[in-house]
Every structure is written in C-alpha cells, then in structure tokens.
Write a protein that binds this ligand. Structure first.
Ligand SMILES: CSCCC(=O)C(=O)COP(=O)(O)O
Ligand SMILES: [Zn+2]
Length: 206
C-alpha cells in the first residue's frame, strides 16, 4: 500500500519536530525526504526552520533533483537525497542532520572514515546482526557545490552497498531507511555512537 502525500509530509514534519527537539537539527539546518513514487521524492523546502515545518514546507522533485512544484525552492542538498533514491529502490526515507557530535567528530577525524566495532548498538543499523562487525562511515570534505559533492559520494555508495550513512566534515550526517522510522532509528544509533566515540577519545586523550 502506498502512503498518501499528506501522510508522507506529516512524517517529515514529525521527524523535524523530533530532531529539532533533540538538538540535532538546529535553526534552519538539515533536510529530510521520503520517496513519493518510484521516480519522485518529497523533500523539505530550503531554508525552513525544521522544528516548525508545516504541510506547505515540502515539495515534490524528480530523481534528478528538479522541482515539480514551481514557486517552491527545494533544499540546497536535494541531489544528496535523490542520488540515494536512485541508488537503492528500497530506500523510502533520507534524513540529514547537523548535530554537535557529528560536526565535532568529523572535524577531529583526519582519516576519511570512522569505524565502529564491538558496540551492541551497531545492531540498530539495517543489515547488522552482531556487535562483532565493523560499521565504516565515510567522511567527505564539505563542499558548497552539491553536484560535485554528490559525485564524490556516488563511487563510495556503488562500492559499499551495505553503507548505512556518511558524514560531511564540519557539516553533518546523512542516513536513510526503508521507512521514516528506520531512518530515525539510524539517526539515534549514530548519535549514540558519535557520543561514545567522542567520550572515549577524550578519556584516552586521543
Ligand atoms: C543553515 S544550515 C546551511 C544549509 C544546510 O547545510 C542545510 O542542511 C539546510 O539547507 P536547506 O537548503 O535544506 O534548508
Ligand atoms: Zn546541511
């Protein structure tokens, strides 16, 4: 059964309230989307306060990132969402957040990835069934040219079909799921792991 546009828009609004409330989407940062059809996404309009979204603050785009609703400006990062829907047909929701921990950890890490190992909470990620696994999260350098950034991300996705999310340095996190609830679960898992990692590094003075 496919969900109606209004239902999907309400999921985006509710996600914004939750993520803003947790401090992971401050001010007008972040953007969220759901798949509207096999060839369309429903995305947040650019520049909106994500804790105060209304039904009018979303718009449909095609999977090349073109607005299908003249008069509404799609998120500046639309291409980072639509490339995920094109990459994997089972993806139904994409969330991008700007938490303090994601921002600090990505700036503190000189390598182009971080890896989580031996955390029970890794099992919150789709496809992970044991703590005895490694979840590698790539870190891409920030870029104001989103088409160029998307072109950096694509080869990683193609080479890592099990990728559950990525960081943009000094900027934020992208993660996704079959449904909005799956993407939200992954955001929470990432935030838990980022905080563990930062606390561990600070206790070990690394
Ligand atoms: C004030 S945050 C800068 C833009 C950004 O990174 C973001 O996530 C929000 O951009 P949008 O165009 O989707 O509002
Ligand atoms: Zn952003």
């Amino acid at each position: 059964m496919s969900l109606t546009r209004e239902h999907l828009a309400q999921e985006i609004i509710d996600a914004g309230r939750f993520l803003y409330g947790r401090g992971w989407s401050p001010a007008t940062s972040s953007n969220y989307s759901t798949r509207l059809s096999p060839t369309e996404a429903l995305l947040t309009v650019s520049g909106k306060h994500k804790g105060q979204l209304g039904l009018d603050d979303v718009l449909a785009t095609d999977l090349s990132g073109n607005s299908l609703e003249p008069g509404k400006k799609p998120s500046a990062e639309t291409l980072l969402h639509t490339q995920l829907y094109s990459w994997r047909p089972e993806i139904g929701a994409v969330l991008h957040t700007h938490s303090v921990n994601a921002t600090v950890l990505s700036r503190l890490t000189p390598e182009d990835f971080i890896e989580f190992e031996d955390y029970e909470l890794q099992k919150a990620f789709s496809g992970v069934s044991t703590h005895e696994s490694r979840v590698r999260v790539p870190i891409f350098d920030n870029d104001q040219d989103i088409a160029r950034l998307a072109a950096e991300v694509q080869p990683w996705l193609d080479a890592h079909p099990d990728c559950v999310g990525y960081l943009i340095r000094g900027h934020g996190l992208y993660t996704w799921g079959a449904r909005m609830s799956d993407a939200l679960r992954q955001i929470e898992a990432f935030e838990f792991l980022f905080e563990c990692e930062l606390k561990t590094r600070s206790l070990l003075n690394r």
